[in-house]
Design a protein around this ligand. Structure first.
Ligand code: THU
Length: 132
């Protein structure tokens, strides 16, 4: 881990304490970084009607989009698991829709980090070009 990753990892650890995961007990935190360096945070928010749960990644993205942000550089994600967390298919799609060049930093609870582009995580992804 480099110094930037160490700092974001520490922020994610603190943020993860806010996760609302009373059903799965799987806590996730994310930090989305815009092109100009602004940060938007997210946690997973679970519902008693389980399918209404929303992942940490989409919370961060939707917060940023609703504030008018459109240009995204990186997302940093941490869960409780020792292994670097792997974003779900739904989040990969929405991240690809709004941030097709996003760099995704996936952290494990003990500090391991994996870095991939969103297009590596969603090869041959569907997007709005198919809708024209
Ligand atoms: N979850 C996330 O927030 N992000 C991921 O990348 C994987 C899964 C959440 C959804 C649910 O609250 C819990 O983790 C278990 O699936």
């Amino acid at each position: 881990m480099n110094e930037k990753e160490r700092q974001l990892f520490q922020q994610l650890l603190n943020l993860k304490q806010h996760a609302l995961a009373k059903y799965s007990h799987f806590h996730v935190a994310s930090i989305l970084v815009t092109a100009d360096g602004s940060q938007y945070t997210g946690i997973n928010i679970e519902s008693s009607s389980y399918s209404l749960t929303i992942c940490a990644e989409r919370v961060a993205l939707f917060k940023a989009l609703s504030e008018g942000e459109r240009d995204f550089k990186e997302i940093h994600i941490l869960s409780d698991d020792e292994r670097p967390v792997s974003p779900c298919g739904a989040c990969r799609q929405v991240l690809f829709d709004y941030a097709p060049d996003l760099t995704v930093y996936m952290y494990g609870a003990s500090g391991e980090v994996r870095v991939k582009n969103i297009q590596e995580l969603l090869p041959d992804g569907f997007n709005d070009e198919f809708l024209k």
